[in-house]
Design a protein around this ligand. Structure first.
Ligand code: ZN
Ligand code: ZN
Ligand code: ZN
Length: 363
C-alpha cells in the first residue's frame, strides 16, 4: 500500500501502517512511527546501516530503531519526506510543516545524511533577529554553510536588535567564542565592503580614461565637430557632436590648447599641457597598431622608449595595466549590449526591424 505524500493523509495512514510495514521507529516521547525498511535504507545511508544492525540483532522480521532528540511530529515529518523524496514549496501544508519543524528536519537530515533535505531546510528556514543565534548554532553544528551565511547576513543587518535579545546575553555569558566569531565576521564584511567601494571608484576613473582614449582616437581619425586630422575636410562634412561629447569636448579643448600654449615645453608648468602629454603617452602605451597610427606622438613615444632602452616606471606600468583591463571590460560590456539589442530586435514582430538587424549581423 502506497503511503500518501500529503502531511495530514500521511499521519492518518500511520494508524493502519503497522500491518504492512516492517520497521518501527521509536521516538523520544515513546510513540512509534511505522515505515518500510527499503524506503528508509534507500533514502539514508545511516538508516540503512541502523536497519542492517537491527536485522542482525533481532530474530523478528519486524525491526526496531530509535530516532531520539526531536519531537515525535518532527520525526513523522522526516519519515514522510523520506517517502515522498521531495518538498513542495507551493504546498501550504508542507510550508507550515517546514516552519514548525525546519530546525529539527535540518538536524535529522544532517544526522542521517539526507543531502537533498538538508539543502531544502537550509533554503526554507526563515531566519529572524529572534531565532538567528539558535539557527546559527545549528548551522555550525550541521555544517550548513548556506544557512550560516544567511544567519550572518541577518546579524550584520540588525546586530543592535539581536544584541537586545536573551539569546545574545546567553552566548555572551556561555559562548564568548561564538560572540567573537560573529563580531569578526561583521568587521571583515565592513572591510570587504569598503575595499569593494574603493575598487569600484577606481574602476570608474579607469573607465573615464578609456573613454578619453576612445575620444582621442575618434578625434584623430575621423574628427569631431571642428577638430580633426588635416586630411579630413571637416568643413565639407556636417558632423554634429558625437555620442560622448561631454568627454570629447574637454579633450578637444586640450588639443586646441597645446599648440598655442607658451609653457608647453616647460615641464610641469602648465597642467593642461601636462594632462594632454599624459593622454598621448597612455595612448601610445596601449596602442596596438603596428602600421601608421594617426594619434600624434604615438610612434615617437614608442621609439623613445626603445632608444632609451628602459621601460616605464612601476606606477605607469600599473596604470597601463589597469586601463587595459578596464578597456577589455568595456568591450565585453558593449558586445553584451549589442547582442542584447539583436536578441530583442529578433523577437520584435516588425519584419523591417528583423531584416535590418540580420544585415547588421552579416557585417
Ligand atoms: Zn567626439
Ligand atoms: Zn599649456
Ligand atoms: Zn597609436
Amino acid at each position: 500500500m502506497n503511503a500518501p505524500t500529503n502531511p495530514k493523509a500521511f499521519k492518518q495512514w500511520q494508524q493502519n501502517a503497522e500491518n504492512f510495514t516492517d520497521v518501527q521507529i521509536q521516538t523520544s516521547s515513546g510513540h512509534t512511527i511505522y515505515a518500510n525498511a527499503n524506503i528508509l535504507a534507500l533514502a539514508s545511508p545511516v538508516l540503512e546501516r541502523m536497519l542492517e544492525h537491527a536485522r542482525r540483532c533481532s530474530s523478528n522480521s519486524r525491526r526496531q530503531i530509535k530516532v531520539l532528540g526531536v519531537p515525535c511530529d518532527a520525526v513523522l515529518s522526516f519519515v514522510r519526506l523520506l517517502y515522498s523524496s521531495k518538498w513542495r514549496s507551493s504546498d501550504k501544508e508542507e510550508v507550515e510543516e517546514m516552519e514548525k519543524h525546519g530546525m529539527h528536519l535540518l538536524a535529522l537530515s544532517h544526522t542521517y545524511r539526507v543531502q537533498w533535505l538538508k539543502r531544502v531546510c537550509e533554503a526554507g528556514l526563515i531566519v529572524s533577529t529572534v531565532n538567528v543565534i539558535d539557527t546559527l548554532k545549528l548551522a555550525k553544528w550541521c555544517d550548513a554553510r548556506r544557512l550560516y551565511i544567511k544567519c550572518m547576513v541577518v546579524l550584520t543587518q540588525d546586530l543592535t536588535g539581536v544584541q537586545c535579545a536573551e539569546s545574545w546575553r546567553f552566548i555572551q555569558a556561555h559562548d564568548p567564542q561564538l560572540e567573537l566569531e560573529i563580531l569578526q565576521f561583521i568587521q571583515e564584511k565592513d572591510l570587504r565592503m569598503k575595499r569593494m567601494r574603493r575598487r569600484k571608484e577606481e574602476q570608474g576613473v579607469y573607465m573615464q580614461l578609456v573613454q578619453v582614449l576612445e575620444c582621442l582616437d575618434h578625434i584623430c581619425t575621423e574628427g569631431c565637430t571642428n577638430v580633426g586630422p588635416l586630411d579630413v575636410d571637416l568643413a565639407s562634412t556636417s558632423r554634429g557632436p558625437c555620442g560622448s561629447f561631454s568627454t570629447c569636448e574637454g579633450l578637444q579643448q586640450l588639443i586646441l590648447h597645446l599648440p598655442l600654449c607658451s609653457k608647453k615645453l616647460a615641464p610641469g608648468k602648465c597642467t593642461h599641457c601636462k594632462r594632454m602629454w599624459q593622454i598621448f603617452r597612455l595612448h601610445s602605451s596601449l596602442c596596438a597598431r603596428t602600421e601608421f597610427c594617426k594619434v600624434p606622438l604615438c610612434k615617437q613615444f614608442q621609439m623613445r622608449k626603445q632608444e632609451e632602452g628602459k621601460g616605464d616606471d612601476e606606477m605607469w606600468r600599473l596604470l597601463v595595466k589597469k586601463v587595459a583591463f578596464a578597456r577589455f571590460m568595456s568591450c565585453l560590456e558593449k558586445t553584451k549590449r549589442t547582442e542584447e539589442v539583436w536578441r530583442k530586435a529578433g523577437k520584435c514582430g516588425d519584419s523591417s526591424c528583423r531584416s535590418v538587424t540580420s544585415s547588421q549581423r552579416r557585417k
